[in-house]
Write a protein that binds this ligand. Structure first.
Ligand SMILES: NC(=O)CC[C@H](N)C(=O)O
Length: 380
């Protein structure tokens, strides 16, 4: 079923960046006011997965793809139960979405979930601005009676910054739950939910893993209460420098030498658990076309990213850590940012990008098999 977008583009909207740059457009989705960190994503497809990724909590996402909403909204692709982006910026929304799975238009879905967006923006100019000046705070204001520019700018500058934000507990499950293995159950994994995407436990379940998803507040005892063969740390929003609890739980897992795998926020937490620092990237990596090299095989994979922070670890040599030697296993070929870590003396590794990526590409799916191999190795 397809639905056309009703009444879109009638209400004025303004996008105000914290450095004073202003873009005018039209309301898209809900009419109102929203604030967040302005970031751009270069994905041409997968907007439902982007919108529902909890790692985008408090971020206003600018789509570089000029046409958004073409395939409408279906009930199968969301990565979580709701849209998490704080705001949405598009150039040209689809007027007539069309896809065999489509149930409603993206504009209607944004409105139903109260997500304020703006359309008709020169997203190319906006993206170039963010690339030159860096990710920064932004406000979207829509409605027929808008405040003056000075008032809007003052409000944007009062919004919280992403640096120093501790957000996992705001998006993670409050109660533990189990995702059963598909087919024969071979392993049990405790997955610490820092903002987990639905596809991640599914990719494990497909490999015979029963996944116990635990709240971000889970302790080392909670993790071992499920008698895990492996422990997983998920993606999630916010600044990894604030994730002290997750770092100490991970250190407890490293001490016990249980096989460990981390994705995105989980990679940053492994970095911190090993004693490396993290830092904020100028404008981050977001999209599904990022080239990464697996330095253990030399192979290059095209991968999905969504990160604004990165681990600061030496690329050219292994490091001595409290848990033995560690090395940078994966690196982004655009800018040499650390994209993966692995321990040489314990069964633990992580990647900064998304091997589970539902909208693809699937080049990195082998990492789930690596996790399974570590658990098999521990049993042998
Ligand atoms: N997708 C993620 O896990 C993101 C991790 C972290 N919030 C960052 O922006 O770098």
């Amino acid at each position: 079923m397809t639905t056309s977008t009703r009444g879109a583009g009638k209400v004025p909207a303004v996008l105000v960046l914290e450095d004073g740059r202003i873009f005018r457009g039209r309301a898209y989705g809900a009419v109102g006011v929203t604030f967040g960190e302005a970031v751009f994503s270069t994905g041409m497809t997968g907007y439902q997965e982007t919108l529902t990724d909890p790692s985008y909590h408090r971020q206003v996402v600018v789509m570089t793809a000029p046409h958004v909403g073409n395939t409408g909204v279906n009930d199968e692709d969301p990565e979580s139960k709701r849209i998490w982006v704080a705001g949405y910026v598009v150039r040209d929304p689809a007027r007539t979405p069309s896809n065999w799975r489509s149930r409603r238009s993206l504009d209607d879905e944004l409105r139903a979930q109260g997500v304020v967006g703006i359309s008709g923006v020169d997203t190319r100019a906006l993206t170039r601005h963010l690339r030159e000046r860096g990710a920064m705070r932004v406000g979207i204001f829509s409605g027929n009676a808008l405040p003056d520019e000075g008032t809007m700018l003052t409000e944007v500058r009062q919004a919280p910054e992403m640096e120093g934000a501790d957000l996992s507990a705001e998006v993670a499950t409050k109660e533990a739950y189990v995702v059963p293995a598909i087919g024969e159950k071979k392993f049990t994994v405790a997955a610490v939910d820092l903002g987990i995407k639905g596809m991640t436990p599914h990719r494990m379940a497909e490999r015979g893993i029963e996944v116990h998803v635990l709240p971000a507040t889970a302790t080392v005892d909670d993790v071992y209460a499920v008698n895990p063969d492996g422990v997983f740390f998920s993606n999630g929003p916010g600044d990894p420098a604030t994730a002290d609890h997750a770092v100490s739980v991970m250190q407890g897992v490293l001490e016990r030498k249980t096989p460990l795998f981390g994705i995105c926020f989980g990679n940053q937490i492994l970095g911190r658990a090993l004693g490396f620092g993290t830092y904020k990237l100028k404008y981050g990596h977001r999209g599904i076309n990022q080239p990464v090299q697996d330095r253990t095989t030399g192979k290059v994979e095209v991968t999905a990213h969504n990160h604004g922070f990165a681990v600061d670890a030496p690329l050219d040599q292994a490091s001595e850590t409290p848990y033995g030697r560690a090395e940078v296993s994966h690196v982004c070929l655009n800018d040499n940012v650390v994209e993966g870590l692995r321990l040489l003396d314990r069964p633990a590794f992580s990647v900064q990008y998304h091997p589970e990526a539902a909208a693809g590409p699937h080049d990195a799916a082998y990492l789930f098999d690596r996790f399974v191999s570590l658990m098999e190795g521990q049993r042998a």
